[in-house]
Design a protein around this ligand. Structure first.
Ligand code: OSB
Ligand code: MG
Length: 376
């Protein structure tokens, strides 16, 4: 495709309530929104999920803007024809900064699907039109509040509960939820790297509560320690932060660091790498994946929904309805949960929802337009 324009928007979005993890609390988050337009006027959108601070990853909204503005966009602007499947190669001299790369890469996938007149999920090779949704619940002030939240989400139809844990808030909420909701509640915990291998006795206790998985218990670089921990537990380990590309997935497989991968398109640099990780982990290693989230707006959520239709997605995803996160989303219609706890991937081209362009243009803190003219 021949690009004519790229536009960046810095939009801050308020969450309905703060979301606390082992690395901190988020109440308002930056969304770098990316709009691409090709020569015939077709448009693609995506979102960079770099956060307000370097906690989940080293990237922040400011580094994403900087790397897009000073390195990625200048590089892409020199190309007369862009093949989105070669995007990663084109920016491979830029080390890391996957969330910055993923923002533009996924906007190009949305654009490609729109040019082809097909839903993005079908272009990616998705097969499951109704994707199963879980919720990720932040750390609560009391376990009573946690119990209330869990009941409320189960009433809405969500099919799996994930709770955030941190040292001092781990075994107690697990015991309480098992007591209130029984052994069959599909439950898992996410530690966001808050523990060390020396906490192994705690994990042996957690191992008795029939959890679906334990997500990212140890440091993001510690594939070896995760493998050691896994040897002592029956509960499968799921990696999130540790898997930044398909090579990490290969190493995790060879070492035995995980049974499951939470794939987040932003963390791995976009859909090309999502597909590589999916294909390796599911088709070669024969293991399940699911799609994680980063509190995306309706735009990024559209990309998540598309990814969640892939055949190797065998667990409920951290893809909840728009109303879980925001008073009002920036797409029409907002993402809604069906009564059976699924979200339906749309049949319209691309991500399949209308982007509220006027709202975004009016409310962004910063915008920048790039006119692409490679011949100049
Ligand atoms: O580790 O999965 C995580 C949100 C921000 C940063 C990291 C994580 C999360 C979530 C939220 O768990 C998932 C969602 O978008 O609902
Ligand atoms: Mg996680």
């Amino acid at each position: 495709m021949e690009l004519k324009k790229i536009e960046l928007f810095e939009l801050w979005v308020k969450l309905k309530e703060d979301f606390e993890t082992s690395f901190g609390k988020t109440i308002e988050r930056p969304a770098i929104l990316i709009r691409v337009e090709e020569k015939n006027g077709e448009v693609g959108w995506a979102e960079s999920v770099a956060g307000e601070g370097p906690w989940y990853s080293y990237e922040t909204w400011e580094t994403a803007w900087h790397v897009l503005n000073d390195f990625i966009i200048p590089k892409i602007s020199k190309e007369e024809e862009i093949d989105v499947e070669k995007f990663n190669e084109m920016v491979s001299n830029i080390r890391g900064h996957n969330m910055a790369k993923a923002g533009l890469e996924m906007a190009l996938w949305d654009l490609k699907a729109k040019i082809e007149g097909k839903p993005l999920w079908k272009v990616l090779g998705g097969v499951n039109k109704n994707i199963v949704s879980g919720v990720s619940i932040g750390i609560q002030n009391t376990t009573d509040e946690l119990v209330k939240k869990v009941s409320m989400f189960l009433d809405k139809g969500y099919r799996r509960i994930k709770i955030k844990i941190k040292p001092g808030y781990d075994i107690e909420p697990i015991i309480r939820l098992r007591k209130e909701f029984g052994q069959d509640l599909p439950l898992h915990v996410d530690a966001n790297s808050a523990y060390k291998l020396t906490d192994i006795e705690l994990f042996k206790k957690i191992d008795n509560y029939n959890l679906l998985m334990i997500e990212q218990p140890l440091h993001w670089k510690d594939l070896v320690d995760h493998a050691e921990l896994a040897r002592h537990l029956r509960t499968p380990i799921c990696l999130d932060e540790s898997i930044e590309d398909v090579n990490d997935a290969r190493k995790a497989y060879q070492l035995g660091s995980a049974m499951i991968i939470n794939i987040k398109p932003g963390r791995v640099g976009g859909f090309s790498e999502v597909l590589k990780i999916h294909d390796f982990w599911y088709k070669i290693a024969n293991r399940p994946v699911w799609i994680g989230g980063m509190l995306e707006t309706g735009i990024g959520r559209g990309h998540l929904v598309s990814a969640a239709t892939l055949p190797g997605v065998k667990y409920p995803n951290d893809i909840s309805a728009s109303e879980k996160y925001f008073e009002k989303d920036i797409v029409e219609p907002p993402w809604i949960l069906n009564k059976d706890g699924t979200i339906t991937a749309p049949e319209k081209p691309g991500i399949g929802v209308e982007v509220m362009e006027d709202y975004i243009a009016k409310n962004s803190k910063r915008t920048k337009l790039y006119i692409i003219n490679p011949k100049k």
